[in-house]
Ligand binder design. Sequence first.
Ligand SMILES: [Fe+2]
Length: 236
Amino acid sequence: MTRLLGYRRPHPGTQPDYDYPPYASTQKRCPRQPLVVAPQTLSEITGPLFGYDAVQPVHSDLTRQHKGEPIGERIVVSGRVLDENGKPVAGTLVEIWQANAAGRYPHASDQHNAPLDPNFSGAGRAITDAQGRYRFITIRPGEYPWRNHHNAWRPAHIHFSLFGPAFLTRMITQMYFPGDPLLPYDPMFGCIANEAARNRLVSVFDWESTIPEQALGYRFDIVLRGREETPMERLP
Ligand SMILES: [Fe+2]
């Protein structure tokens, strides 16, 4: 019988704490019993597979999805998707969603009184190339208030969803911007105890991908599993 190679489990402290009192929602949804460590079998380390034919180039340029251009500073967000051995993950779906430049989502549950932008939906997707690279053109998202505690503001961020090659490589996370003064005050960022792991969520300013007179570039590499894994967002 073929021996299945599982994924290495992350080091303690490199993923968000399930129970982190400063991040109020974790109190409502964190497990009350010790976690059961599930064995990795064929169904966890393989599939699902998707057809990606429907992904078009316009889907990765969030500034070209409407008649006019969105308000805001144009940026390029690019990087590589890697597996736990540092090898590129080719042909994998990368999806993003984000607030507009004023810090507002076009969603019914976002009633923040910042303006909506009719030229910005804030959602994009791309497929990685043979070197595991992806690239989006978008606008820099605004910070926005949330009601976690008094005067709580989320640092500027872009949400990422990746499937990777298997159920256990599925990842939802957030990318932040270097030097954001709100980062030390954000419990969603701070609930990852290990500083080095936390900082894997902060993109790097990147001259290489900057487009002269058009857009600044930020690089965000994502590792799907293993000891260098990009921290996952804890969702309800
Ligand atoms: Fe958000």
